[in-house]
Design a protein around this ligand. Structure first.
Ligand code: KG4
Ligand code: ZN
Length: 372
């Protein structure tokens, strides 16, 4: 049967994304980011993000259609992120999608952003190595990288999503209707912790790439920072699972880094920025990878898809890859531009819904900033 041509719209945070897929084939992925406007504030300012989406939406849509060589008339369905995310930012994409759906008479699908991060792994084009992934040295080899076989989800699939907004381990039995949350952060997201610690260390914003870079010059063993929620009262035992066995907490770690910096300053010593960055990164990556692998082992998950902006982190890829390999789990890492927020992932999941014969959402739904 004919593969549906689906337009996907993403506006949950600072990226305005419009992507177009045909079934499981990626045609275009156009992204406009307002990050430059947030840098001087040291974080994403929701009102600025919303206004930037308003400015960027139409040009991004036009560029995406043009690059794919299609018109709105050709599109079979429209998909849009309806949550979770920033309320005002989501509203722009959802209103734009509804307007397009009403104007063209095309069916509209409301998409969960987190599930879309998983759906992107089904795209054939994501089997290729993007320039960004190639530069990061990822795409093949010991990480077990590469992505899922196009169009088919492996049995026993899990997803590890790590970004500025989410830190989650999911079990996916069916991408269209059975996604279970096994564990998540109880406070800050991992990317948020990177950003806050980078600020403490004076490394600027966004902090993830800066810490990743400077940490290469530091000794990760020079300081031991706490691994949140790893005590027996949280983890439980082999027989009885604790209440936070697969959950993470990063706010204590951030405080520990702040204390550590204060102590060096109080003693009048130079702050060893590279060592602190390396030790902080090691604590984050250690606890993310160990708990994710534990959750997978205890749920019979043998394939894990890595997603989110922090998937760019070299040490996270390395250690998670090693631990997955030791546990007999295959780690799948899509190209970086498909790991960060984009419209193609929304289109990819929308196409799955269309192909599964699932009814469209209509145009009455509201964006849900705290969608589970
Ligand atoms: O997925 P994303 O682009 O946006 C959302 O948060 O949804 O993720 C952005 C986050 C930021 O917190 C940024 O600091 C972090 O990903 N990040 C990194 C790296 N590159 C981006 N964190 C650690 N290491 C990196 N190389
Ligand atoms: Zn995201």
């Amino acid at each position: 049967s004919k593969q549906p041509l689906v337009l996907g719209i993403e506006s949950s945070c600072d990226e305005t994304g419009v992507g177009i897929v045909r079934g499981t084939t990626l045609l275009t992925n156009t992204v406009s980011s307002s990050m430059d406007e947030h840098v001087r504030f040291g974080g994403v300012i929701p009102e600025i993000a919303s206004r930037a989406h308003l400015d960027a939406f139409v040009p991004t849509l036009q560029e995406s259609l043009q690059a794919a060589g299609v018109t709105l008339e050709d599109i079979d369905a429209i998909a849009v992120t309806s949550g979770p995310g920033l309320a005002g930012a989501l509203m722009v994409g959802v209103c734009a999608a509804k307007a397009l759906a009403v104007a063209t008479g095309k069916p509209l699908y409301a998409i969960n952003h987190l599930v879309a991060h998983v759906g992107v792994g089904l795209l054939e084009a994501s089997n290729g190595k993007s320039d960004a992934a190639a530069a990061a040295g990822v795409g093949a080899g010991p990480l077990g990288a590469g992505t899922l076989a196009a169009g088919t989800l492996p049995e026993n699939l899990g997803a590890l999503l790590v970004s500025g907004g989410h830190t989650e381990i999911l079990r996916i039995r069916s991408i269209t209707d059975d996604v279970e949350l096994l564990g998540s952060t109880i406070d800050d997201a991992a990317g948020e912790a990177y950003d806050k610690v980078a600020r403490i260390l004076g490394l600027g914003y966004p902090g993830g790439p800066a810490i990743d870079k400077v940490a290469r010059q530091g000794n990760p063993k020079s300081i031991r920072f706490p691994r949140g929620l790893t005590q027996p009262k949280y983890m439980g035992t082999a027989e009885e699972k604790g209440p936070h066995r697969y959950d993470w907490s990063f706010s204590g770690l951030k405080t520990a880094v702040a204390r550590c910096v204060e102590q060096f300053e109080a003693r009048g010593e130079e702050v060893p920025v590279a060592d602190i960055a390396a030790a902080f990164q090691e604590a984050v990556v250690d606890v993310i990878s160990s708990k994710a692998v534990l959750a997978c082992k205890e749920h019979g998950i043998t394939n894990v898809l890595l997603g989110g902006g922090v998937a760019a982190n070299s040490r996270l890829r390395e250690l998670t890859g090693q631990r997955c390999t030791s546990a007999g789990i295959t780690l799948h890492v899509p190209p970086l531009d498909l790991c960060t927020d984009n419209g193609a992932m929304v289109a990819a999941l929308g196409a799955q819904l269309v192909m599964a014969g699932i009814a469209p959402s209509g145009v009455e739904f509201a964006p849900d900033s705290s969608m589970p």
